[in-house]
Ligand binder design. Structure first.
Ligand code: BES
Ligand code: MN
Ligand code: ZN
Length: 491
């Protein structure tokens, strides 16, 4: 499938499907659509009335054009109220159009949507992303892929001539989003610490990044007792992965992105019980997947920024050599941790990853983690929690997220709550009381960042997976945060 710009006027475009956006407050036809409606003796207006199409965001209708017409199917997509239009409204509209086009067996499709706030490049990019991401289908684990369906071959963006670069950018970013989706969707018997290290190697080779894989013995030498404590019950070797993107000249800034990389989280001896969603815990490397997805995109976009992509990858399992609840671990910064709950493992792996990143001399660190169920309870499945003591960084991430169509909600880092992590035996416990569980988790992480000027933690436990379709995502792994990370690095 190829998304491209076309300078053909709407009324002259020929092909299988022609899609046009309509605002909620203006479903009466004007311009080209009015002309088309006249040519069709008012049948578009009739269709709108019959289908009670109101232009609500996400709604679509479509109709067969009379035989002999230049277009086989006309697709109308609602854009919501014009004053509410956002860049993401266009991304979502494009995704809806792509799905209808596919269902209506259109090999060729044209899209005519308004330009957001006179931002031609951003508009073209968002539309291309919506199309690309909505059409992606994961059939890797089906033995017999359904018989070859008719698929969309070309998508022409009307009225966006000259925006080839924006479309190329969208394609690179989407390749990162799709990598993240594939990593999260693959089960824990397919995506393991070993395969994650291989994926990092492939990204490095394909896009010219540096890669360093620290084996268990290397991690021991660095004193990564927190990460290794989590890894010790698994039969698979832990892998501490460090990818580096370096620009040609002197970098404008240096950044680090860290992803939680639990390829499976059983809970450990505090094992996840019935109804806990243990069977979904292949998603617990969603932070790492977003980190790798961003690395893949950044490797192609080549900004003037040095970026370190880090993930301490392992499984949280049970066995005769598992951590006991109550064990005391020592992290690589010398701090000791009483593990009062082995299911709060993500923060233990992140502790050593943060200490590692903190020594790189970067300007900012962002970590992403499917860290707490508490964050999902607070914000639901579509919104990630953002925790940061640094207002500037928080603002940057919020803007990057808005542009990306990904939502982050800033949560308080209430220092008083650290009381809940006080330990009688060690420097801190790894879990506090249930109330405010996502906040104490963030406060725990904060103990491992010392010298870096800015740090933010993103709790993405909810949005990495979608039980039902939400906008540009199909059901399942969403690739959440890749677009935000890319925007942040490029800004
Ligand atoms: N990986 C889970 C968090 C999670 C929950 C991710 C739901 C995605 C969906 C994490 O390791 C975990 O088990 N957290 C515990 C922490 C608790 C023991 C303090 C939780 O949230 O219950
Ligand atoms: Mn856990
Ligand atoms: Zn976990």
């Amino acid at each position: 499938m190829e998304v491209r710009v076309s300078n053909t006027p709407l009324l002259q475009w020929t092909g299988d499907g022609l899609a046009v956006g309509l605002f909620e407050d203006a479903v009466e036809l004007t311009g080209d659509l009015a002309t088309l409606d006249e040519k069709l003796a008012g049948s578009i207006q009739e269709l709108i009335a019959e289908e009670e199409f109101k232009g609500k965001a996400g709604s679509t209708i479509n109709t067969r054009m009379p035989p002999g017409s230049q277009v086989r199917k006309l697709i109308l997509v609602g854009l919501g109220k014009s004053e509410d239009l956002k860049l993401d409204s266009l991304r979502r509209a494009a995704a809806s159009i792509a799905r209808v086009g596919k269902n209506q067996k259109c090999k060729t499709l044209a899209i005519s949507l308004p330009v957001y706030n006179q931002q031609l490049a951003e508009t073209a990019q968002a539309i291309a992303e919506g199309v690309e991401l909505a059409l992606y289908e994961d059939t890797r684990f089906k033995s017999e892929p359904e018989e070859k369906k008719i698929t969309i071959e070309t998508v022409d963006l009307l009225g966006l001539t000259g925006q080839e670069k924006a479309i190329a950018r969208a394609k690179k970013i989407c390749s990162g989003v799709i990598l993240a989706r594939e990593l999260v969707a693959a089960p824990a018997n397919e995506v393991t610490p070993i395969t994650m290290a291989e994926t990092a190697q492939t990204i490095a080779t394909d896009y010219g990044l540096q890669v360093e894989i620290l084996e268990k013995s290397d991690c021991e030498k660095l004193g990564m007792g927190a990460f290794l404590g989590v890894a010790q019950a698994s039969d698979l070797p832990p892998k501490f992965i460090h990818l580096t993107y370096k620009p040609q000249g002197t970098p404008k800034r240096k950044l680090a992105i860290i992803g939680k990389g639990l390829t499976f989280d059983s809970g450990g001896l505090n094992i996840k019980g019935a109804g806990s969603g243990i069977e979904t815990m292949k998603i617990d490397m969603g932070g790492s997947a977003a980190t790798f997805g961003a690395a893949k995109a950044i490797g192609q976009l080549k900004p003037d920024v040095e970026v370190h992509f880090i993930s301490a990858v392992t499984e949280n399992m049970i066995s005769g050599h598992a951590m006991h609840p109550g064990d005391v671990l020592k992290a690589s910064n010398g701090k000791t941790i009483e593990v009062n709950n082995t299911d709060a493992e993500g923060r233990l792996t992140l502790a050593d990853a943060l200490v590692f990143a903190d020594k790189l001399g970067v300007d900012a660190i962002v970590d992403l983690a499917t860290l707490t169920g508490a964050c999902v309870v607070a914000l639901g499945n579509d919104i990630a929690g953002m925790f940061s003591p640094h207002d500037d960084l928080a603002k940057q991430l919020e803007t990057a997220g808005e542009q990306a169509g990904e939502q982050f909600w800033r949560m308080p880092m209430e220092e008083r709550y650290f009381e809940g992590l006080k330990s009688g035996i060690a420097d801190m416990k790894n879990t506090g009381p249930r109330p405010g569980g996502s906040i104490t988790a963030a406060l725990f992480l904060k103990q491992f960042v010392k010298d870096t000027p800015a740090w933010a933690h993103l709790d993405v436990a909810g949005p990495v997976w979608a039980d039902k379709d939400n906008g540009v995502n199909n059901t399942g792994a969403t690739g959440f945060a890749v677009r935000t990370l890319v925007n942040w690095v490029m800004s």
